[in-house]
Design a protein around this ligand. Structure first.
Ligand code: CTP
Length: 401
């Protein structure tokens, strides 16, 4: 998968640095050459000896090491790679990169390189959410720096939230995608996500509890495998995935129009919780409760079924159409019937009874129903469901299943 690719791996100083050892192992197992660079802080967490043994390469540490300058100057080092990867990328390294500082070997290489750069941030949740870090992230994104992670979850410091470094496997996939070597390279995939809002009047609307977390994770996982992703999202709470085309919509009808506009695609994944009905004749002014005792009467019309429309396209139907079925009872039976009714290839069923905590939560327990069978996946976090689903989609488009 990465045979012959040269990765310059900058290891920053954070507790996640130990995971970079596994990352090196995985990259080498896929045929890549890894040239490691350690910051001074990284040496507090991993030793140059362990990094060198795993990489099978010299480890670069100090900027003013004359031998290195004679053998390979920092400019050459920064350009000899096909891709520069920073993992873990600490708040300090991101700040230096955003400002263009170059006061040690790692930051100098990052400023001198003419190659694509991918960073895997890892830091305390407060540090990640701090406006300074978020400003730096935005600057770096504008500069074309690729990001993988961070993930939400329990952190070594005992806090919970975004800041955990992406898993080594996800970083390997992001590296492959950045090098145009992912299994979905050259494929265009559509993902719908989030709830829709159906207006009643200018201030009120009908909505549902979807957070958009699963849809965002799927878009991220597909992009990590190299797909070109069009992400059509309703007003969801979840962070928008990076490195994908994001189209923001509000109503089901806007979502239907955005989906039609995004065609043709190789695969379409409908993770949105689309409102089935809209209020006919939403009022142009706020409905007042001025007449005592009179309650507003709402009339409903059915929204277009975007999944069914796409699955039943006569011309230009995506090769793979995947729907979701949010059910509260007889999950598999109802979802299997829904697959046939809507005409999609797969349906991902999930049990959204409030006691499961799935809707709006971090975990999901899904059952994948295809033409050939029913596959029950164990409960896992939504990022893992997304990664597993993206692998399955890649295998299907390759013709492996
Ligand atoms: N869906 C869609 N457009 C709609 C309604 C649903 O694209 N107007 C898609 C969803 O994104 C999901 C699938 O259809 O992939 C199933 O949605 P769900 O609401 O569970 O099914 P419904 O068809 O609405 O059936 P019911 O509400 O009766 O369970």
């Amino acid at each position: 998968m990465l045979a012959g690719q040269r990765i310059l791996l900058v290891i920053g100083g954070g507790i996640a640095a130990y995971k970079s050892l596994d990352l090196i192992r995985k990259l080498r197992a896929r045929g890549a050459t890894v040239t490691p660079v350690l910051t001074a802080a990284a040496e507090e967490f991993v030793t140059a000896l362990s990094v060198a043994s795993l990489a099978g390469e010299k480890v670069y540490r100090a900027l003013f090491d004359l031998t290195d300058e004679a053998e390979m100057g920092h400019i050459q080092l920064s350009r000899a790679a096909d891709l520069v990867v920073v993992a873990p990328a600490t708040a300090d390294l991101l700040a230096k990169m955003a400002q263009g500082l170059a006061n040690d070997l790692a930051s100098t290489l990052l400023l001198a390189t003419d190659k694509p750069v991918l960073v895997a941030p890892a830091m305390n949740v407060r540090m990640w959410l701090h406006p300074a870090t978020q400003r730096n992230v935005m600057t770096l994104q504008k500069d074309g720096i690729g990001f993988v992670g961070p993930l939400d979850g329990d952190m070594a410091c005992g806090e919970v939230g975004p800041g955990r470094m992406a898993e080594p496997l996800a970083i390997v996939e992001a590296i492959a995608a950045a090098l145009g070597a992912g299994p979905l390279a050259g494929r265009r995939v559509l993902v719908t996500s989030g709830p829709t809002h159906e207006p009643i009047d200018p201030v009120r609307y009908i909505a549902n509890r979807s957070s958009g977390a699963q849809g965002s994770a799927i878009a991220r996982a597909l992009a990590a495998l190299g797909a070109e992703v069009v992400f059509v999202t309703g007003p969801a709470l979840a962070a928008r995935p990076r490195g994908v085309t994001v189209i923001e919509v509000e109503t089901a009808r806007e979502m239907a129009a955005a989906v039609a506009e995004a065609m043709p695609v190789d695969a379409a994944i409908f993770a949105a919780a689309v409102a089935d009905w809209r209020v006919t004749k939403a009022k142009g002014q706020k409905i007042k409760k001025d007449v005592k005792g009179s309650l507003p009467q709402l009339q409903f019309a059915e929204n277009p079924d975007i999944l069914a429309r796409t699955a039943q396209m006569k011309k230009g139907r995506p090769d793979l159409v995947v729907g979701f079925a949010a059910e509260t009872d007889d999950v598999v039976k109802n979802a299997a019937a829904k697959r046939l009714r809507k005409g999609c290839d797969w349906i991902i069923a999930n049990d959204v009874r409030p006691e499961t905590g799935i809707m709006g939560g971090q975990e999901n327990a899904v059952t994948v129903i295809t033409e050939t069978g029913v596959d029950v996946w164990p409960r896992m976090d939504k990022e893992r469901v997304a990664a597993k689903l993206a692998e399955k989609i890649a295998a299907c488009l390759r013709g492996d299943q």
